[in-house]
Design a protein around this ligand. Sequence first.
Ligand code: MN
Length: 307
Amino acid sequence: MNAFEIIEREIIKYPKTVVIGHIQPDGDCIGASLGLKYLIEENYGISPIVVNQPIARFGFLGSWNLPGSVDYSDAFVIQVDNSARERSADPSFMAAPSILKIDHHIVMDSYGHENIEELLSSCCEIIASHAIRRKLKIGADAARCLYAGMVTDTGRFSYPSVDSSTLRTAATLLDTGFDLSFLISKINERSMDSVNFIIHAYSQLRVSPGGVLYMYITQDVIDRYHLTPDMVSEALSCMRDIKGYPIFVLFADLNGKIRVEFRSDRIKINQVAVEFGGGGHAFACGARLDDASRIPDVVKELEKYIP
Ligand SMILES: [Mn+2]
Protein backbone atom coordinates (compact mmCIF):
# COMPACT_ATOMS: atom_id res chain seq x y z
CA MET A 1 0.00 0.00 0.00
CA ASN A 2 1.26 3.49 -0.84
CA ALA A 3 1.59 5.67 2.28
CA PHE A 4 -0.03 8.59 0.46
CA GLU A 5 -3.09 6.52 -0.41
CA ILE A 6 -3.67 6.17 3.35
CA ILE A 7 -2.82 9.83 3.98
CA GLU A 8 -5.22 11.02 1.26
CA ARG A 9 -8.01 8.95 2.77
CA GLU A 10 -7.44 9.81 6.47
CA ILE A 11 -6.50 13.48 6.17
CA ILE A 12 -10.05 14.50 5.21
CA LYS A 13 -11.68 12.57 8.06
CA TYR A 14 -10.16 14.54 10.95
CA PRO A 15 -9.93 18.24 11.82
CA LYS A 16 -6.17 18.01 12.16
CA THR A 17 -3.20 15.98 10.98
CA VAL A 18 -0.13 15.69 13.19
CA VAL A 19 3.29 14.35 12.17
CA ILE A 20 5.48 13.18 15.06
CA GLY A 21 9.11 12.04 15.28
CA HIS A 22 11.04 10.09 17.93
CA ILE A 23 12.87 10.98 21.13
CA GLN A 24 16.37 12.44 20.68
CA PRO A 25 15.60 13.51 17.13
CA ASP A 26 18.16 13.09 14.36
CA GLY A 27 18.33 14.19 10.74
CA ASP A 28 16.05 11.41 9.50
CA CYS A 29 13.44 12.16 12.16
CA ILE A 30 13.37 15.91 11.46
CA GLY A 31 13.74 15.45 7.69
CA ALA A 32 10.92 12.89 7.53
CA SER A 33 8.48 14.88 9.66
CA LEU A 34 9.09 18.25 7.96
CA GLY A 35 9.44 16.67 4.50
CA LEU A 36 6.06 14.99 4.95
CA LYS A 37 4.54 18.27 6.16
CA TYR A 38 5.74 20.11 3.03
CA LEU A 39 4.52 17.29 0.75
CA ILE A 40 1.06 17.30 2.37
CA GLU A 41 0.82 21.10 2.15
CA GLU A 42 1.84 21.17 -1.46
CA ASN A 43 -0.29 18.28 -2.67
CA TYR A 44 -3.40 18.37 -0.47
CA GLY A 45 -3.62 22.03 0.64
CA ILE A 46 -3.74 21.02 4.31
CA SER A 47 -1.10 22.15 6.80
CA PRO A 48 -0.18 19.41 9.30
CA ILE A 49 1.16 20.15 12.76
CA VAL A 50 4.66 18.76 13.32
CA VAL A 51 5.65 17.69 16.86
CA ASN A 52 9.27 17.05 17.74
CA GLN A 53 11.65 17.49 20.63
CA PRO A 54 14.13 20.35 20.21
CA ILE A 55 17.30 19.94 18.15
CA ALA A 56 19.06 23.16 17.20
CA ARG A 57 21.23 21.84 14.38
CA PHE A 58 18.27 20.92 12.15
CA GLY A 59 16.31 24.10 12.86
CA PHE A 60 17.29 25.44 9.42
CA LEU A 61 14.96 22.85 7.82
CA GLY A 62 11.82 24.36 9.34
CA SER A 63 9.92 24.74 12.61
CA TRP A 64 7.77 22.47 14.73
CA ASN A 65 5.70 22.30 17.93
CA LEU A 66 6.97 20.79 21.17
CA PRO A 67 5.53 17.64 22.78
CA GLY A 68 2.58 18.29 25.09
CA SER A 69 1.18 21.11 22.96
CA VAL A 70 -1.30 19.07 20.92
CA ASP A 71 -4.62 17.37 21.76
CA TYR A 72 -4.66 14.11 19.81
CA SER A 73 -8.26 13.10 20.54
CA ASP A 74 -9.46 14.26 17.09
CA ALA A 75 -6.22 13.91 15.13
CA PHE A 76 -4.92 11.78 12.31
CA VAL A 77 -1.35 11.05 13.47
CA ILE A 78 1.55 10.05 11.26
CA GLN A 79 4.39 8.75 13.41
CA VAL A 80 7.69 8.63 11.51
CA ASP A 81 11.09 6.93 12.02
CA ASN A 82 10.04 5.34 15.31
CA SER A 83 10.02 1.60 16.01
CA ALA A 84 8.33 1.57 19.44
CA ARG A 85 5.44 3.67 20.77
CA GLU A 86 7.26 4.67 24.00
CA ARG A 87 10.12 6.15 21.95
CA SER A 88 7.79 8.68 20.34
CA ALA A 89 8.60 12.36 20.80
CA ASP A 90 5.10 12.53 22.35
CA PRO A 91 3.80 9.07 23.42
CA SER A 92 0.35 10.52 24.19
CA PHE A 93 -0.27 10.32 20.42
CA MET A 94 -1.61 6.79 21.10
CA ALA A 95 -4.90 8.47 22.09
CA ALA A 96 -5.47 9.48 18.44
CA PRO A 97 -8.38 7.82 16.55
CA SER A 98 -6.21 7.21 13.47
CA ILE A 99 -2.50 6.41 13.47
CA LEU A 100 -0.20 5.72 10.53
CA LYS A 101 3.26 4.41 11.36
CA ILE A 102 5.98 4.95 8.72
CA ASP A 103 9.26 3.38 9.78
CA HIS A 104 12.39 1.68 8.47
CA HIS A 105 13.60 -0.14 11.63
CA ILE A 106 13.26 -3.86 12.34
CA VAL A 107 9.61 -4.35 13.29
CA MET A 108 9.01 -4.71 17.03
CA ASP A 109 5.79 -2.83 17.61
CA SER A 110 3.22 -2.26 14.87
CA TYR A 111 1.40 0.35 16.93
CA GLY A 112 -0.36 2.09 14.02
CA HIS A 113 -3.84 1.39 12.74
CA GLU A 114 -1.93 1.18 9.47
CA ASN A 115 1.78 0.42 9.30
CA ILE A 116 4.21 1.15 6.48
CA GLU A 117 7.28 -0.79 7.59
CA GLU A 118 10.07 -1.17 5.05
CA LEU A 119 13.72 -1.94 5.77
CA LEU A 120 15.05 0.89 3.61
CA SER A 121 18.10 3.02 4.45
CA SER A 122 16.06 5.82 6.04
CA CYS A 123 12.50 6.79 6.81
CA CYS A 124 13.00 9.68 4.39
CA GLU A 125 13.77 7.17 1.63
CA ILE A 126 10.40 5.44 2.29
CA ILE A 127 8.52 8.76 2.18
CA ALA A 128 10.35 10.00 -0.92
CA SER A 129 9.94 6.72 -2.83
CA HIS A 130 6.22 6.56 -2.03
CA ALA A 131 5.77 10.19 -3.09
CA ILE A 132 7.59 9.49 -6.37
CA ARG A 133 5.52 6.36 -7.08
CA ARG A 134 2.31 8.28 -6.29
CA LYS A 135 3.51 10.99 -8.73
CA LEU A 136 3.17 13.75 -6.11
CA LYS A 137 4.50 17.24 -6.67
CA ILE A 138 7.81 17.42 -4.78
CA GLY A 139 8.99 20.96 -4.15
CA ALA A 140 12.48 22.06 -3.13
CA ASP A 141 11.53 22.46 0.57
CA ALA A 142 10.23 18.89 0.83
CA ALA A 143 13.15 17.56 -1.21
CA ARG A 144 15.77 19.34 0.95
CA CYS A 145 14.29 17.82 4.14
CA LEU A 146 14.00 14.30 2.71
CA TYR A 147 17.51 14.44 1.25
CA ALA A 148 18.84 15.65 4.64
CA GLY A 149 17.38 12.56 6.31
CA MET A 150 18.68 10.24 3.62
CA VAL A 151 22.22 11.62 3.64
CA THR A 152 22.54 11.64 7.46
CA ASP A 153 20.96 8.20 8.13
CA THR A 154 23.25 6.50 5.58
CA GLY A 155 26.63 7.98 6.65
CA ARG A 156 26.62 10.07 3.47
CA PHE A 157 25.28 7.18 1.34
CA SER A 158 27.98 4.77 2.55
CA TYR A 159 26.20 2.16 4.74
CA PRO A 160 25.25 -1.35 3.53
CA SER A 161 21.60 -0.29 3.55
CA VAL A 162 22.24 1.91 0.48
CA ASP A 163 21.45 0.46 -2.94
CA SER A 164 20.96 1.85 -6.41
CA SER A 165 17.31 2.68 -5.78
CA THR A 166 18.37 4.78 -2.76
CA LEU A 167 20.56 6.84 -5.08
CA ARG A 168 17.85 7.05 -7.77
CA THR A 169 15.42 8.38 -5.15
CA ALA A 170 18.04 10.89 -3.95
CA ALA A 171 18.66 11.94 -7.56
CA THR A 172 14.96 12.63 -8.08
CA LEU A 173 14.99 14.83 -4.97
CA LEU A 174 18.08 16.65 -6.22
CA ASP A 175 16.28 17.39 -9.50
CA THR A 176 13.96 19.76 -7.62
CA GLY A 177 16.85 22.23 -7.50
CA PHE A 178 17.51 22.75 -3.79
CA ASP A 179 20.97 24.02 -2.90
CA LEU A 180 22.91 20.80 -2.16
CA SER A 181 26.21 22.32 -1.06
CA PHE A 182 24.43 24.72 1.32
CA LEU A 183 22.50 21.79 2.81
CA ILE A 184 25.65 19.68 3.32
CA SER A 185 27.58 22.58 4.85
CA LYS A 186 24.70 23.17 7.32
CA ILE A 187 24.66 19.45 8.19
CA ASN A 188 28.44 19.37 8.68
CA GLU A 189 28.59 22.57 10.74
CA ARG A 190 29.92 22.00 14.27
CA SER A 191 30.63 24.08 17.35
CA MET A 192 34.06 24.44 18.96
CA ASP A 193 32.59 22.62 22.01
CA SER A 194 31.87 19.59 19.86
CA VAL A 195 35.38 19.64 18.35
CA ASN A 196 36.90 19.78 21.85
CA PHE A 197 34.62 16.95 22.91
CA ILE A 198 35.86 14.75 20.03
CA ILE A 199 39.48 15.44 21.07
CA HIS A 200 38.53 14.25 24.55
CA ALA A 201 36.56 11.27 23.21
CA TYR A 202 39.61 9.81 21.45
CA SER A 203 41.36 9.66 24.83
CA GLN A 204 38.48 7.56 26.18
CA LEU A 205 38.75 4.72 23.61
CA ARG A 206 38.88 1.28 25.27
CA VAL A 207 39.28 -2.24 23.88
CA SER A 208 37.83 -5.18 25.82
CA PRO A 209 39.86 -8.43 26.18
CA GLY A 210 37.62 -10.00 23.53
CA GLY A 211 38.16 -7.17 21.03
CA VAL A 212 35.11 -4.94 21.41
CA LEU A 213 35.86 -1.25 21.04
CA TYR A 214 33.95 0.98 23.45
CA MET A 215 33.74 4.32 25.15
CA TYR A 216 31.85 5.64 28.16
CA ILE A 217 30.94 9.34 28.22
CA THR A 218 30.04 10.49 31.72
CA GLN A 219 27.75 13.32 32.81
CA ASP A 220 30.63 15.60 33.85
CA VAL A 221 32.03 15.45 30.29
CA ILE A 222 28.56 16.12 28.85
CA ASP A 223 28.28 19.16 31.14
CA ARG A 224 31.83 20.37 30.43
CA TYR A 225 31.26 20.54 26.66
CA HIS A 226 27.54 21.47 26.84
CA LEU A 227 26.60 18.37 24.82
CA THR A 228 23.15 17.42 23.57
CA PRO A 229 22.51 13.68 23.02
CA ASP A 230 23.10 14.00 19.26
CA MET A 231 26.47 15.69 19.92
CA VAL A 232 27.43 12.80 22.23
CA SER A 233 26.60 10.34 19.43
CA GLU A 234 29.28 11.94 17.29
CA ALA A 235 31.82 10.05 19.42
CA LEU A 236 30.78 6.99 17.39
CA SER A 237 32.78 8.48 14.52
CA CYS A 238 35.96 8.09 16.63
CA MET A 239 35.44 4.31 16.70
CA ARG A 240 34.23 3.70 13.14
CA ASP A 241 36.84 2.63 10.57
CA ILE A 242 39.49 1.51 13.07
CA LYS A 243 41.09 -1.55 11.48
CA GLY A 244 40.45 -4.82 13.32
CA TYR A 245 37.48 -3.64 15.40
CA PRO A 246 34.25 -4.44 13.58
CA ILE A 247 32.03 -4.05 16.68
CA PHE A 248 31.97 -0.85 18.68
CA VAL A 249 29.67 0.61 21.28
CA LEU A 250 29.14 3.99 22.87
CA PHE A 251 27.87 4.30 26.44
CA ALA A 252 26.76 7.71 27.69
CA ASP A 253 24.99 9.05 30.76
CA LEU A 254 21.50 10.30 29.97
CA ASN A 255 18.95 11.41 32.57
CA GLY A 256 20.27 9.04 35.24
CA LYS A 257 20.39 6.07 32.83
CA ILE A 258 23.05 4.82 30.43
CA ARG A 259 22.30 5.22 26.74
CA VAL A 260 23.93 2.49 24.64
CA GLU A 261 24.57 2.81 20.90
CA PHE A 262 25.75 -0.35 19.13
CA ARG A 263 27.43 -0.31 15.72
CA SER A 264 29.10 -2.97 13.61
CA ASP A 265 30.69 -3.49 10.25
CA ARG A 266 28.19 -5.97 8.75
CA ILE A 267 27.86 -8.19 11.83
CA LYS A 268 24.29 -8.68 13.04
CA ILE A 269 24.27 -7.46 16.64
CA ASN A 270 20.71 -6.23 17.16
CA GLN A 271 19.95 -9.33 19.26
CA VAL A 272 22.28 -7.89 21.93
CA ALA A 273 20.34 -4.63 21.91
CA VAL A 274 17.09 -6.60 22.31
CA GLU A 275 18.58 -8.60 25.21
CA PHE A 276 19.23 -5.33 27.03
CA GLY A 277 15.74 -4.01 26.35
CA GLY A 278 16.45 -2.05 23.15
CA GLY A 279 16.28 -2.58 19.41
CA GLY A 280 16.99 -1.01 16.04
CA HIS A 281 18.75 -2.13 12.89
CA ALA A 282 20.96 -5.20 12.36
CA PHE A 283 24.20 -3.16 12.33
CA ALA A 284 23.09 -0.04 14.24
CA CYS A 285 20.92 -0.32 17.32
CA GLY A 286 20.50 0.98 20.84
CA ALA A 287 19.40 0.25 24.39
CA ARG A 288 19.24 1.76 27.88
CA LEU A 289 20.90 0.48 31.06
CA ASP A 290 19.81 1.37 34.58
CA ASP A 291 23.38 2.04 35.68
CA ALA A 292 27.02 1.86 34.61
CA SER A 293 27.66 -1.39 36.49
CA ARG A 294 26.03 -3.25 33.55
CA ILE A 295 28.51 -1.92 30.96
CA PRO A 296 30.86 -4.95 31.32
CA ASP A 297 27.89 -7.32 30.75
CA VAL A 298 27.02 -5.60 27.47
CA VAL A 299 30.65 -5.66 26.29
CA LYS A 300 30.99 -9.37 27.23
CA GLU A 301 27.83 -10.22 25.28
CA LEU A 302 29.11 -8.36 22.22
CA GLU A 303 32.42 -10.24 22.38
CA LYS A 304 30.52 -13.42 21.40
CA TYR A 305 29.85 -11.81 17.99
CA ILE A 306 33.47 -10.97 17.15
CA PRO A 307 34.43 -13.26 14.24
MN1 MN B 1 16.02 6.78 10.70
